[in-house]
Structure formats: structure tokens, C-alpha cells
Write a protein that binds this ligand. Structure first.
Ligand SMILES: [Zn+2]
Ligand SMILES: [Zn+2]
Length: 203
């Protein structure tokens, strides 16, 4: 298998070790991460990643770019898409990368099999046959994602609208209702009291 430049088994293994399995989505994440590393740098260069979904792909971003939830340079604005916005804070360079809809022989056949597998009274023999074909197609799809030209798989554009900002980790306050510490930036005003979001919802 000839993968796209920069991708080899060692790199795939590193991501899979973190993510837990090899799948199409994490393969997409690998492609995105490598493109960004090449064109914009990584966490060390002040990169902020905003994911538009809680997808497997995000794990590749964390491993290969070093942007993580804990460091505050990975934010999730979950609208259920395999799409990312990257911002390099030193010079404001930014890009949105979204996965293109894949509509080829492989994905169409996969959709048919998925539907067939939900049928009642499917014989064990047919089920097994379909499942084996599915494994082969999934593998084919992952190989495609890891080898096709980047522009065939992803669309890039200028991010629109206001971008979510990392919140400052300080200062904190103690919520008067539950007695737990909460980031000031995440506290909510309720009748003149500053409550944590959970308590504000219950009030
Ligand atoms: Zn996965
Ligand atoms: Zn509270």
C-alpha cells in the first residue's frame, strides 16, 4: 500500500495505540493533522484546534498536533461534523477543513450492505458473507483515505463567523448553591448570584 507522503505504519500505529482501533474517521484525522503540521505547525507553534464534532478523527489531531482538551488548545463545538478549524495565534492564520462527502463504489456498496444486514430472517450464511465483504470494504476505504490526494478528500475555506475562544482557567469562584469551585468564565448570573451552570439550570 502506497500511503500519502508522511504516512507510514509507525505513524498509524502511534495513533491507533491512543485511539484504540483503526477506522475511517481516525484515518481522516491523520490526513488533516499532517496537512496542518506541514502548513501551519502544531501546538508548539501556538496552534488552536476547534473540532466541529466528537469524532474518532479528533484523536489523531491530539496525538499528531499536540492540541488537547487539557491544554485548552483543543475546543469542541459539537455540531456533529467531521470538520476542523485551525488558528495559529501568532499571526492569526486560520483555515476550516471539512471532509467531502464520499460517494463512490465502495461507500455505495457499504450503504447497501448496512441496510441488508438490518433485514430480519437473514440466513447465517448470508450474514457472514456480508460481514466479510464489509470488513474488506472498510479496509479499502481506509486505504483510500490514507492515500488519495488531500484535495479529493477535504475542502478548505476561510472560517466564517465568530470563533469560540479558549476560556481563561482563572479566576475561579465557589458556587453558593453546591459549594464547588467553578471557572468565573463559566458561572451564570442568577438573581444577582453567580452560580455554576448546573445549579443555575436547577434554580
Ligand atoms: Zn474510530
Ligand atoms: Zn453549583
Amino acid at each position: 500500500m502506497m500511503y500519502a507522503p508522511g504516512i507510514d505504519q509507525e505513524l498509524i500505529d502511534k495513533v491507533v495505540a491512543f485511539h484504540g482501533h483503526w477506522c475511517a474517521s481516525v484515518s481522516s484525522g491523520i490526513r488533516v493533522a499532517l496537512w496542518v503540521r506541514e502548513n501551519m505547525g502544531s501546538a508548539e507553534d501556538g496552534l488552536l484546534a476547534i473540532s466541529e464534532g466528537e469524532t474518532c478523527a479528533v484523536d489523531a489531531i491530539q496525538v499528531l498536533l499536540g492540541c488537547t482538551l487539557g491544554k485548552g488548545n483543543l475546543l469542541c463545538r459539537d455540531v456533529g461534523k467531521t470538520a476542523f478549524i485551525f488558528v495559529r495565534r501568532s499571526d492569526g492564520k486560520k483555515v476550516r477543513i471539512v471532509e467531502k462527502v464520499r460517494d463512490d463504489e465502495t461507500t455505495r456498496r457499504m450503504a447497501v450492505i448496512k441496510k441488508e444486514l438490518t433485514a430480519q430472517n437473514l440466513s447465517e450464511w448470508i450474514r457472514t458473507k456480508l460481514e466479510i465483504e464489509m470488513v474488506r470494504l472498510r479496509r479499502k476505504e481506509m486505504d483510500h483515505i490514507l492515500s488519495a490526494p488531500f484535495e479529493d478528500l477535504f475542502r478548505m475555506s476561510e472560517p466564517e463567523g465568530e470563533l469560540p475562544q479558549p476560556v481563561r482557567r482563572l479566576p475561579v469562584l465557589v458556587c453558593p448553591a453546591c459549594g464547588e469551585e467553578v471557572l468565573m468564565a463559566r458561572a451564570v448570573d442568577m438573581d444577582g448570584r453567580r452560580l455554576c451552570a448546573d445549579c443555575a439550570r436547577r434554580a
